[in-house]
Design a protein around this ligand. Structure first.
Ligand code: BGC
Length: 446
């Protein structure tokens, strides 16, 4: 349906403030890859301790995302953004000032909790404060800021590589964390959440701060009826309704496929893969890693500009076909020549990340923010995003074992096969949501 909905500059301000959380998500997940070597030297860490230091953030994120739905539905979207912002500040300060391995672990755990919470609450907030024709773009911007955070971490790591000042790598994260904390009290609460709590007057105020048009006034009655009513309490009760169960499984599977097709193997282990591919030494491979980070940002930016024109399904299909071709290439090259040509490996890896970034990265989070009815949106999104962190953790946990078992060529071949499975899943099950309001999507799916 054609609408003339327009946002006020204040809506962009609120979105930018929320998205500082997305930037920190990317930064904090990637910064450890550069800091680890120096931390291990200083605290004489064993391999197991190093592994624990890396994975404690993922574990924290898993707990954070589990809690995020209940927090966002019960306390509101704004409080669910403020909480991780506080934790981001404490976590970054604890890491930057840490004088022992234990402090560092506590800092990373708190950071992980915040990363988990923002991975759900930022896209949720963005989807609810925007209009239907801009929603895809806004939520895809969350992914763009994650990739910008990852790239910034690679650059910071590169900068401190010679001096080894790892405390500074974490200290830098305090600047955006603090800025966000100061700005968050000024953003508005999501009008949809206010309506779901029956706070019509406040919802009215929120809408008028966000919108230039007054289209929302005409649909206020229908919005309110979508937002309140049969509120299904508790996470498990969501599974007792067949239609909701189906859409929750769609979110769980989409997030699972996003992770098991190999993206983080490349993001986390890129330098190692480049070295195995024959690039000379750590500085060549960390430059190549920065290149990967930059391509990730650029291709995600392209996706932000295309998502409202091409729609979700087409972008996903293009993305997955590209990912499949690159993985297949990598697998073939590895099987035939044990990755003896570094250039082909670099090109195929880069093209894989670009293919992911154009679709599977941003579109997954966009769809998850659109598929669920207002009454249960926070909790349902938290379940779907939980699957993302769970499979992220599992994949990074089993990667080295898989490598031992299948060799690098076999691992790439497995990822390529999983890309095919994902193509079939998207083709048969994923609906197109472009241009529809959240209420129209809800009416068509539930
Ligand atoms: C994924 C992360 C990944 C990142 C790469 C996100 O959508 O959830 O696991 O590291 O994209 O850009």
């Amino acid at each position: 349906m054609e609408r003339k909905e327009h946002l006020k500059p204040f809506a962009f301000f609120a979105a930018i403030v929320a998205m500082i959380g997305s930037f920190l998500f990317g930064f904090q997940t990637a910064v450890i890859s550069g800091a680890l070597r120096f931390i291990s030297e200083q605290f004489h860490l064993s391999l197991a301790q190093q592994g624990f230091l890396v994975s404690i953030l993922l574990l924290g994120a898993l707990v954070g995302v589990m809690l995020s739905g209940v927090i966002a539905d019960a306390l509101g979207r704004k409080k669910a953004l403020i909480l991780p912002s506080v934790l981001f500040c404490i976590g970054a300060a604890a890491c930057a000032l840490s004088t022992s391995f234990t402090y560092l672990l506590i800092g990373r755990l708190l950071t992980g909790l915040s990363v988990g919470i923002v991975s759900m609450t930022v896209p949720l907030y963005l989807a609810e404060i925007t209009t239907s024709c801009l929603r895809g773009r806004f939520v895809a911007m969350h992914q763009l800021l994650i990739t910008a955070g990852i790239l910034s971490a690679y650059l910071v790591n590169y900068h401190y590589n010679a001096s080894g000042l790892w405390h500074n790598m974490f200290l830098i994260a305090l600047i955006p964390s603090f800025l966000q904390l100061v700005a968050l009290p000024f953003v508005v609460e999501s009008p949809s959440w206010l309506l779901s709590k029956g706070q019509r007057e406040l919802a009215y105020t929120s809408f008028s701060k966000l919108r230039l048009d007054n289209h929302w006034q005409q649909s206020l009655v229908s919005l309110a009826s979508f937002a309140k009513g049969d509120e299904r309490k508790g996470i498990f009760s969501l599974f007792s309704f067949p239609k909701i169960r189906f859409v929750i499984f769609l979110g769980i599977l989409l997030n699972m496929f996003q992770q098991i097709t190999g993206i983080n193997t490349l993001i986390y282990y890129a330098p190692k893969i480049f070295e195995m591919a024959g690039l000379d030494g750590p500085s060549d491979s960390s430059l190549a890693t920065i290149g990967i980070g930059a391509i990730n940002v650029l291709a995600t930016f392209l996706s932000v500009t295309l998502i409202e024109k091409m729609g979700r399904r087409l972008l996903l299909m293009i993305s997955l076909i590209g990912m499949f071709v690159c993985m297949q290439l990598l697998a073939l090259q590895a099987l035939l020549s044990d990755i003896s040509s570094p250039m082909t490996a670099v090109i195929a890896l880069t093209a894989f990340v670009a293919s992911f970034a154009i679709g599977m990265g941003p579109v997954t989070v966009v769809l998850v923010s659109e598929l669920y009815p207002m009454k249960i949106r926070g909790r349902a999104m938290s379940i779907a995003t939980c699957s993302n962190w769970l499979f992220n953790y599992v994949m990074s946990f089993i990667f080295l074992d898989l490598l031992g078992l299948l060799k690098i060529g076999g691992v790439f071949q497995l990822y390529a096969a999983l890309c095919i499975l994902t193509i079939l899943f998207v083709y048969f099950y994923i609906p197109e949501t472009k241009g529809k309001s959240l209420e129209e999507i809800e009416a068509s799916l539930h």
